[in-house]
Design a protein around this ligand. Structure first.
Ligand code: DP6
Length: 318
């Protein structure tokens, strides 16, 4: 009754922001992501323990984060769930806008089902992982992954889908770490606040399907300028929609803007590089493998830490 799984976080190029169903985490928009290599979450699930317990990065968690995991285990098991122990470790900053919930719930779904001795397809695991955290449904696959909005109210048509494998395109994602501490407001709460009060939210939802078409084509054709352009448009629209929520949500800091300016300057100087930001101040920069060192060196002077990553693998059992 024990299994260990590893999953890698994914960074959305076309963002998921807003839900058509909050309980099932059904998105209001389609999205597209790149799963990263070196960062990962490793999770061991043991069923039929004496009590329920969850450890994250070697510390017992309690309160709402604990309840979120236990609710997920209820969903995974169904009625009469036995007690469970979950032990999860990230080798990168947790809850800092680096998508730790995407790798976290993908690894938990895979390890939890395997430890229960249940067979599940990748698509079934993706549907399950989505209910823990929306973006987790894309981390079952490596490389380039899309997530359909779907139409059905039970969510059976809203899951990750591999678009192109890990070795499809030799790009780099340069992660400019500005702050590694937890974010000021969690993404679930921030999304709800945006949906409920932002005048720009309807415009965000309306623009997403076309972003998705452009980005999908750009990935399949390996057209970096086209992908970079739509990726920046998507992140800027998402942040504009949340900044215009009431109260306003702003994850950017002066350092975030400084990185954005440096990326624009790099582009003017002939280095093709584009930025994207999630629910945190950190910036991820997409560029060609041959330009990654130039981009990383340029960003080092204004960031806590810079990591260069590339496309990562599917989630797997250890
Ligand atoms: C900005 O998947 O963390 O990273 O479904 O409420 O758990 P919940 O949200 P989450 O949101 C991720 C938002 C994002 C964009 C993205 O990954 O597409």
């Amino acid at each position: 009754m024990k299994a260990t799984a590893r999953a890698h976080p994914n960074i959305a190029l076309v963002k998921y922001w807003g839900k058509r169903d909050r309980v099932l985490n059904l998105p209001a928009v389609p999205s597209l992501s790149l799963t990263l290599d070196r960062y990962h979450t490793t999770t061991t699930v043991t069923w039929e323990t004496q009590t329920d317990s969850v450890r994250l990065n070697a510390e017992a968690i309690c309160g709402r984060p604990l309840q979120r995991v236990l609710d997920f285990m209820d969903r995974l098991w169904g009625p009469h769930r036995p007690c469970v122990h979950v032990d999860s470790k990230n080798n990168f900053p947790t809850a800092a806008g680096l998508a730790s919930s995407s790798s976290g719930f993908a690894a938990l779904a895979l390890a939890g089902m395997a430890a229960a001795g249940r067979e599940a397809s990748k698509t079934e695991l993706s549907i399950l992982a989505r209910q823990g955290s929306g973006s987790a449904c894309r981390s079952l696959w490596g490389g380039w992954v899309s997530w359909d909005r779907g139409q059905k109210s039970d969510g059976s048509d809203s899951h990750g889908r591999p678009l192109a494998p890990q070795n499809h395109w030799d790009l780099r994602m340069v992660v400019a770490m500005i702050a590694s501490g937890p974010k000021s407001i969690g993404s679930t709460q921030a999304m709800i606040q945006t949906e409920q009060s932002s005048r720009l939210y309807p415009g965000w939802v309306e623009a997403a399907p076309n972003d998705m078409v452009q980005a999908t084509r750009a990935v399949l054709e390996r057209n970096l300028p086209a992908l970079g352009t739509v990726m920046e448009a998507s992140t800027l629209r998402m942040h504009a929609s949340m900044m215009s929520a009431e109260p306003s949500i702003r994850y950017w800091t002066p350092a975030t803007l400084s990185v954005m300016e440096r990326v624009e300057k790099l582009r003017k100087d002939g280095v093709p590089a584009w930025f994207t930001m999630d629910a945190g101040p950190n910036v991820k920069v997409l560029c060609d493998s041959t330009r990654a060192d130039t981009v990383a060196d340029t960003l080092r002077s204004c960031c806590e830490k810079v990591d260069v990553l590339q496309a990562g693998p599917d989630a797997f059992l250890l």
